[in-house]
Design a protein around this ligand. Structure first.
Ligand SMILES: Cc1ncc(C[n+]2csc(CCOP(=O)(O)OP(=O)(O)O)c2C)c(N)n1
Length: 241
């Protein structure tokens, strides 16, 4: 295991089979490959299962209040522009309660990277409906299925003339690493959406185990190298400088 992860805090508290462990390990590998460490990088997370990322990294990190990871990251970057500031947080945190911050930091093109682990619900608090939940999704607070379409993350992330948006999954490790690496190297605001599901809270019979989930993601999503709007089941990188 890479030294950028606090060995003494492993194993992580995440549920057995949760892909957050894969994402953490590969995130640490990407940082190491880019030469990032406690000397030149800071990690910021909000609250949630994904929010544990900040505490697990062996570098300066901030576990902020729910929804406020982006403004804290923006403050750190403003105070010390030499630092690489990376937010890793959940979809509820970044696009629910913190959605307004995402809109304005991206509009101001603040040079930070936001990695959003989108499990399409509020994982830590029991699996409530999130703005990212798919239409028809059965959750703790939508027992008859969500009635509305999820928020359009790709659309929001590519609203501004200059933008960087990537979509990937933890079942496509090389692609996921490429997305994180390019996003961190991008000068300006960059957003990576890592699509996954919560195997504990999801009511879907399709993802009872981590293995089921990885196999499902592998068959569901296809990589495109084209720099254009992604279809629902596509992964790729859309950028415009
Ligand atoms: C201001 C505030 N509102 C609500 C909460 C309760 N809360 C903690 S984590 C969380 C949801 C986390 O969901 P998400 O950001 O999607 O992350 P996940 O747990 O799914 O990784 C909520 C609602 C809180 N801690 N603070």
């Amino acid at each position: 295991m890479n030294d950028l992860i606090k060995q003494e805090m492993m194993p992580a508290i995440w549920c057995q089979g949760c892909p957050l462990g894969i994402i953490l390990a590969q995130f640490a590998n990407v940082l190491a490959e880019l030469g990032l460490s406690k000397d030149n990088a800071v990690i910021v997370s909000g609250i949630g299962c994904t929010g544990r990322f900040a505490g697990y990294m062996n570098m300066d990190s901030v576990h902020t209040t729910h929804g406020r990871a982006i403004p804290v990251a923006e403050g750190i970057k403003t105070a010390n522009p030499a630092l690489n500031v990376i937010v890793v947080s959940g979809d509820g945190d970044l696009l629910g309660i913190g959605g307004n911050h995402m809109l304005h930091s991206s509009r101001r093109d603040i040079d930070i990277t936001v990695i959003c682990i989108n499990n399409e619900l509020y994982g830590l608090t029991g699996g409530q409906l999130a703005p990212t939940s798919q239409i028809g999704a059965v959750t703790l607070t939508s027992p008859q299925g969500s009635a509305v379409e999820p928020i359009n993350i790709q659309g929001l992330s590519t609203l501004n003339k200059k933008h960087f948006y990537a979509r990937t999954t933890p079942a496509h490790v090389q692609h996921m690493k490429k997305c994180m690496s390019e996003a961190i190297s991008w000068k300006g605001f960059s957003f990576v959406e890592i699509r996954t599901k919560c195997i504990t809270r999801s009511k879907s019979p399709l993802f009872k185990t981590g293995c089921d989930l990885l196999n499902w993601l592998k068959t569901e999503y296809k990589i495109t190298d084209e720099n254009r709007k992604l279809k629902d089941n596509e992964m790729g990188i859309i950028k415009s400088g």
